[in-house]
Write a protein that binds this ligand. Structure first.
Ligand SMILES: [Ca+2]
Length: 176
């Protein structure tokens, strides 16, 4: 009996050592959403959690943000009228690294005028964006100035690399 208890205790200690999370293993909350109109923002460790939060659990995705489809964006807008995805921007080129999903209250129209815009002054996404994908009929323009001035890239629907003159220098965005 004593021997069996010892074996169980040893197993428990081993399991604790194997599976206890460490600081370096803890996932970073680098998948975010931001409302264009209010600036409200929240971050999670997975993109699935971003979509679950925005949709109240009604829209489920299994992949990362780069696999978020036009149909997924339509489904999200259908269940949450204030969560119309304008674009998902990425820290890295080719839709890599941290992401931020920018949400509008309406889709973009078919005119080339500006439908939504967001300045990044004071945002953790200032001087950081390297690639993006647009949704809901929007095209994204990225500016190096805070007030839609300076050098620009776009309007483009998707970009795996916003180019040397704007990469990690984007400080405001417009959607048309
Ligand atoms: Ca970057």
């Amino acid at each position: 009996m004593i021997k069996r208890l010892s074996a169980v205790a040893a197993l428990a200690v081993g399991a604790t050592c194997l599976f206890a999370p460490t600081a370096t293993q803890a996932a970073e909350a680098n998948q975010c959403w931001t409302r264009i109109d209010t600036g409200e923002s929240r971050c999670f460790t997975t993109f699935a959690a971003v979509v679950a939060d925005l949709s109240g659990g009604k829209v489920k995705v299994s992949g990362g943000p780069s696999s978020f489809s036009a149909a997924d964006a339509s489904a999200l807008a259908a269940v949450a009228a204030s969560s119309v995805t304008a674009a998902i921007v990425y820290d890295d080129t080719s839709y890599g690294g941290a992401s931020n999903t920018y949400l509008a209250s309406s889709a973009c129209d078919s005119n080339p005028d500006v439908d939504h815009q967001a300045g990044l002054s004071g945002s953790s996404w200032d001087n950081r964006i390297s690639s993006f994908k647009s949704y809901n009929n929007c095209q994204t323009t990225l500016w190096t100035g805070y007030t839609y001035n300076g050098s620009s890239y776009g309007p483009q629907t998707n970009s795996i690399n916003v180019g040397a003159s704007v990469n990690d220098q984007g400080s405001s965005m417009q959607w048309s």
